[in-house]
Design a protein around this ligand. Structure first.
Ligand SMILES: [Zn+2]
Length: 128
């Protein structure tokens, strides 16, 4: 695995987020609020029609933003500065920390990780 810095890409401008220029963030309150809805949907079990699958309650999305790109910079969220999750060990440490949060499973931490892995892998392969 590469020891190069991770590549965090801003959800808005699609340019790299580094240092203290931005962060990874989620609306923690929304995730807590969405929890019971997701639990109820999962608890109901059984087979689902395609329409029912479309109506599944969505997990709350993590975002990567530059401070200047954040569409809602005043929001009360759970945020990790880019400078604090810019290496693989830092990302693993944050993953273990975030997954201890009871609301983490109502968020898109998994897809967020895949996005960072993809961006960082492509960058490493390109020798950037
Ligand atoms: Zn940006």
């Amino acid at each position: 695995m590469s020891t190069a810095a991770l590549v965090l890409v801003c959800d808005v401008c699609e340019r790299r987020v580094e240092g203290v220029d931005g962060y990874v963030t989620v609306d923690e309150i929304a995730a807590r609020d969405r929890g019971p809805e997701i639990e109820a949907w999962q608890a109901r079990g059984g087979s689902r029609s395609p329409l029912e699958l479309l109506e599944a309650p969505a997990p709350i999305a993590w975002h990567i933003y530059h401070k200047d790109c954040d569409p809602d910079p005043e929001h009360e969220g759970y945020s990790i500065m880019a400078s604090q999750c810019s290496t693989w060990p830092q990302l693993v440490a944050w993953t273990s920390h975030v997954l201890e949060k009871p609301w983490a499973r109502y968020t898109t931490w998994g897809p967020l990780l895949r996005g960072i892995l993809t961006a960082s892998g492509q960058s490493a392969a390109a020798g950037r």
